[in-house]
Design a protein around this ligand. Structure first.
Ligand code: SF4
Length: 508
């Protein structure tokens, strides 16, 4: 065998050794493979307009959706509170999926437990699982709060969280006054962004309900489901401190998913202090940085008498301006010169690089607020958006996107695709290609099949490391996004010009 202790080969080289290649060829004899000619024919056919029409005619099948299910968002939101244990009422495999999905992205352990429902619980109900589960979770992991959400199995049989948790308290699984936030998160509707919103609202309800509000001057911020939360939340805090704004970030995962390696395992680290969540009832206003992640939570904050405002992932110039202007108007704090200078630097960088990005075409997919924010920034840079797709975007989002595209001369080629998946995106790019694609790691298969370079700028990023540590929000984040896009444009240009030797230049 080619592997040896003296020179250990990675699988990507090892499996190219003749022994392994022969092994794989031999396997094909038993796999009933189609002849290569037929495979090539089919591969060419799925790139045609005829296939695109068939693909878009499908109604009851989703292939490669660019979204995850509700409880994943609830687990993420729950993790952002002080010593809070995310707890899924449902099957163990679902929780393993949520944990691994988040761990693969953040390269950090993600703690969550489940009531491990199996066949008997599916038939007779999961009450006993809840009683035992809360008892174990409370005594073994010693959290300060438990955040309960549901997976499909519990929703299909209609388990009632309110009644179950009350029962568990009566049985002594958890103390009477121990905070348990709970949200029903059925996965057959909505997506992770709805589950995120449901859990944030559940936490607020746990601490705010039945109390009287004394209006204060602080601001609450709900960041929304964000794969860049580690870098973005820290950047957000820097901006708010710079402005002298008093604030509470509701669900702050920045330390949870970025614990230091110093010999101490921290199952819980950071997160919004529970006392601060309670005090946040008195805030003057609550802002949702991603409108589609905070609908219900903002509605709830408004019902308590707070001002509310929602944004679409403020990255780039105009969106950051809007966020800061609103913040300033609500708090009465002036936007400091330091932030104005940051704005100027971003505009300067955009002008410096305009020749390379102007007129380049991009397709974007992801959560609705991300696609909106990214498209807006592309338009600001003179780039031309082509296909803008959000599996979990609906009609309202599509209308907002249309208005955005119409607001710029660079938006004329843009087409908005709400509720479509990445197999739709494949047909779109095969028939009406853009020069670049912006999305997450799943886009690498589109990149491979269609030769359209992928720029990874949203969750999940499994096959590259540490992106989440650097902010993409605000003016500073805008610089990072600009650099990331430009690097890809110039890398591609170098590869292309190296083939001919023409314009393979040192200075770009
Ligand atoms: S869709 Fe349902 S079954 Fe699948 S991981 Fe989500 S909760 Fe579990």
């Amino acid at each position: 065998m080619p592997q040896s202790a003296e020179k250990i080969k990675d699988h990507s080289t090892l499996f190219n050794e003749p022994e392994y290649k022969q092994l794989m060829e031999n396997k094909k004899q038993f796999e009933g493979c189609h002849p290569q000619e037929a495979i090539d024919q089919q591969a060419a056919y799925i790139n045609t307009w005829e296939y695109r029409e068939k693909n878009f005619a499908r109604e009851a099948l989703t292939v490669n959706p660019a979204k995850a299910c509700q409880p994943l968002g609830a687990v993420f939101a729950g993790a952002g509170f002080e010593r809070t244990l995310s707890f899924n009422h449902g099957s163990q495999g679902c929780t393993a999926y949520f944990r691994s999905h988040l761990t693969r992205h953040f390269k950090e352990p993600c703690s969550a437990v489940s009531t491990s429902m199996t066949e008997d619980a599916a038939v007779f109900g999961g009450l006993q699982n809840m009683i035992d589960g809360l008892n174990n979770a409370y005594h073994v992991y010693k959290p300060k709060m438990i955040a309960v959400s549901t997976t499909c199995i519990a929703e299909v049989i209609g388990d009632d969280l309110n009644a179950f948790i009350r029962n568990a308290r009566e049985k002594g699984s958890i103390p009477e006054d121990f905070p348990v936030a709970y949200a029903h998160t059925p996965s057959f509707v909505g997506s992770h962004i709805v589950g995120y919103d449901a859990m944030v609202k559940a936490v607020l309800t746990t601490f705010w309900e039945g109390r009287e509000r004394k209006a204060g001057t602080a601001i609450n911020i709900i960041p929304g489901f964000d794969g860049y939360a580690v870098g973005n939340n820290r950047e957000l805090k820097r901006i708010l401190n710079e402005m002298g704004v008093e604030y509470t970030i509701l669900s702050d995962v920045s330390d949870v998913f970025d614990t230091p390696t110093d010999g101490t395992f921290r199952m819980f680290d950071g997160g919004t202090k529970l006392d601060d969540v309670a005090a946040a009832l008195d805030a003057k206003a609550t802002f949702g940085l991603q409108k589609y992640c905070s609908d219900k939570s903002l509605e709830y904050a408004a019902s308590k008498g707070q001002d509310v405002a929602a944004f679409h992932y403020p990255l780039g110039v105009g969106a950051t301006d809007e966020f800061l202007v609103k913040l300033s108007a609500i708090t009465g704090k002036a936007i400091p010169e330091s932030l104005e200078r940051e704005r100027g630097r971003l505009v300067d960088a955009m002008a410096d690089s305009n020749a390379w990005i102007h007129g380049k075409t991009f397709s974007v997919y992801g959560d609705p607020d991300f696609v909106y924010g990214m498209t807006r920034f592309l338009l600001e840079m003179g780039a031309e958006p082509i296909h803008l797709l959000s599996t979990n975007g609906g009609k309202e989002w599509a209308a907002e996107m249309d208005t955005l595209l119409k607001s710029s001369p660079y938006g004329v080629k843009g087409q908005v695709w709400a509720g479509k998946d990445l197999w739709h995106m494949r047909s779109l790019l095969a028939t009406e290609p853009s020069e670049f694609l912006i999305g997450n790691s799943y886009g690498k298969y589109l990149e491979r099949d269609l030769g359209i370079p992928l720029i990874r700028l949203t969750f999940p990023i499994f096959d590259r490391h540490h992106h989440h540590r650097f902010p993409v929000l605000g003016y500073q984040g805008g610089l990072a996004v600009l650099r990331t896009i430009l690097d890809k444009i110039l890398d591609v240009l170098d590869v292309e010009t190296a083939k001919t030797g023409i314009s393979y230049d040192l200075v770009r």
